[in-house]
Write a protein that binds this ligand. Sequence first.
Ligand code: MLT
Length: 429
Amino acid sequence: MAESAELILDGKSYSFPVTEGTEHEKAIDIAKLRDQTGYITIDSGYKNTGATKSAITFLDGEEGILRYRGYPIEQLAEQSSFLEVAYLLIYGTLPTQAELDNFSHQITKHTLVHEDVRKIFDGFPSAAHPMAILSSLICALTAFYPESVSPDLSKEEIDLNVIRLMAKISTIAAWTYKNNMGHPLNYPRNDLDYCSNFLYMMFSFPTEKYEIDSRIVSALNKLLILHADHEQNCSTSTVRLVGSANASLYGSVSAGINALWGPLHGGANQEVLEMLQAIQKDGGDTSKFIAKAKDKNDPFRLMGFGHRVYKNFDPRAKIIKKAADDVLSALGINDPLLKIAQELEQAALTDEYFIERKLYPNVDFYSGIIYRAIGIPTEMFTVMFALGRLPGWIAQWKEMRENKEPIGRPRQVYTGELERDYVGIEQRS
Ligand code: MLT
């Protein structure tokens, strides 16, 4: 007999079906709850609410497992490339060589942006945060491709928007940095692979030859893969919710970029590095900052520790920690911030206070150190996260459209005033 959940309300019993995922996660399907009982559920922060059924990413927070389309993150980070993982997330299978070549070729062909997009850069203050520019310009792509706002896009039309977005985001992202620095904006080079082209647009000058370092390209591939999807996190849920109104892919992803910018989400990697720099400036005594983090009356917060869903460790943090060691030693960099980070991690992993609260380093803790080692400035860290997360957002948006999910419309429990009559201004005290 199919499993169900019984609910007794006001002495009356109701039965709701239980649905089970392929990894045996169980959920009570309350779609008919309000119709049948008049009640709704309340779940602030949605910690117990499955907003959708999804076949893209599996995450087990208790066991520290993360898989894209069934493939363990450890294997993908070690053996795959960012574009291959993007294909996997978006289309559901690992591509054949011909499929990957075609996907890469299509993306390469679309890396140029309309010259009018370039002109928009002149309207931003040069000190604007790159995430503000990135979200604005990704949204602005809807103005250049107005046909992308339609409930009836064909498979081919969706694919074209996917390719355009994958291609143009790296050009726009690199230009946000160049704009910030007052440097000339570099046009993409279609003879280069995705990551090399991004690095070229970020770091080359028309006056000098730019040598691409394969160690940096491989570190970048790994970082982007590790960030590529994380099931229904805040920005992805935003993309799906905005997309559920049949908003364009560009508009939906732009909304996700704004969510990611928040310091409690993707903005955390910038905050980790700023924290490490502040500790270094203070003399580098990590035990002092561990004590401050434990002091309830001290406003200091240890950034990059703990996670909403991982309760033992973040599998991405393990991979990134090793990658940080590898990249720094391959590049011959001796970064004092890495030592501070390692000391903080060590102290936290052996301190009862942090163990009890399950405060383990998360993905943001070491990513900033690698970005710094490969020359990415701090205010670009969240942009790098967005670049990595893009295939995940696209895959989730596409899945939502293909499953014909209804427009998202949560309810609320109203706690305001009861009905009262309007009072003229002269009678108000
Ligand atoms: C992410 O990768 O999106 C972050 O770890 C946040 C999350 O999953 O909630």
